[in-house]
Design a protein around this ligand. Structure first.
Ligand SMILES: CC(C)(COP(=O)(O)OP(=O)(O)OC[C@H]1O[C@@H](n2cnc3c(N)ncnc32)[C@H](O)[C@@H]1OP(=O)(O)O)[C@@H](O)C(=O)NCCC(=O)NCCS
Length: 202
């Protein structure tokens, strides 16, 4: 619609004023939203969530809720935490979990302090049963615990499958699939992930 110039100027001035107002209240809105995300997550989790855990966005919690999260850990947007059967998820202190990460435990998934998890990472300690002759959909899961050490860095899109231990200080490159144990301090990449080097000091 064609507005006369004075009206267009007035509309722009109002829009600018509204923008400034929204910018001023944005920090408060963010705090309120994060508080709401934390209340929601705590209502779903049955384990110990220490003080100072930040829920940046909505976290989906499915299953029994047997989840522990240590102080200072940051849980990204659209994180999915699922515990089934005897499953338990234990996340240490000062861990960073980026957006869209899936962690699923039928036995135990442990993540050590200060570990960094890139966006869209999948960590699961279970597989579908795969016997021939019946649909996998209806077969019970097999499971083996997954242990991720302290100060580990999992790049974007990493997939960690059941039974794997990733040693302290290891690095897993973006989009890698970790099918075997990773030595402490090793740098591994690819599908399946294989060592390319080690972290050097300094
Ligand atoms: C794993 C990583 C840290 C290695 O970095 P780097 O030590 O500087 O390694 P380089 O870039 O020198 O690469 C060494 C070799 O590994 C290969 N490589 C590196 N990362 C790879 C990956 N993710 N997948 C497959 N191969 C990879 C390189 O192509 C190179 O191969 P070449 O020797 O045949 O040329 C880095 O490549 C990476 O994946 N970082 C994760 C980034 C990310 O996901 N950020 C967002 C989440 S926080």
């Amino acid at each position: 619609m064609h507005l006369p110039e004075p009206l267009r100027a007035a509309r722009s001035a109002v829009a600018q004023g509204c923008g400034l107002l929204l910018r001023a209240v944005e920090p408060v809105r963010l705090r309120l939203m994060r508080f709401a995300y934390e209340v929601w997550a705590r209502s779903q989790i049955r384990g110990d969530v220490e003080t100072g855990v930040q829920f940046i966005g909505l976290t989906t919690v499915e299953g029994t809720g047997r989840i522990a999260i240590g102080r200072g850990t940051r849980v990204g947007r659209r994180t999915f935490l699922e515990t089934q059967e005897q499953g338990r998820i234990a996340i240490g202190r000062d861990v960073v979990i980026n957006d869209g990460t899936f962690i699923v435990a039928f036995s135990e998934v442990t993540i050590g302090d200060c570990t960094l998890i890139g966006e869209y990472v999948s960590i699961r300690d279970a597989n579908h049963g795969t016997a021939a002759g019946q649909p996998m959909r209806w077969q019970p899961h097999t499971n083996k615990p997954v242990t991720i050490g302290t100060d580990v860095w999992l790049g974007r899109g990493v997939c960690v499958v059941q039974g794997v231990t990733i040693g302290d200080g290891a690095i897993v490159g973006a989009n890698s699939v970790v099918t075997k144990d990773v030595a402490p301090g090793a740098i591994v990449v690819g599908a399946p992930a294989r060592p390319i080097s080690e972290r050097s000091s300094g």
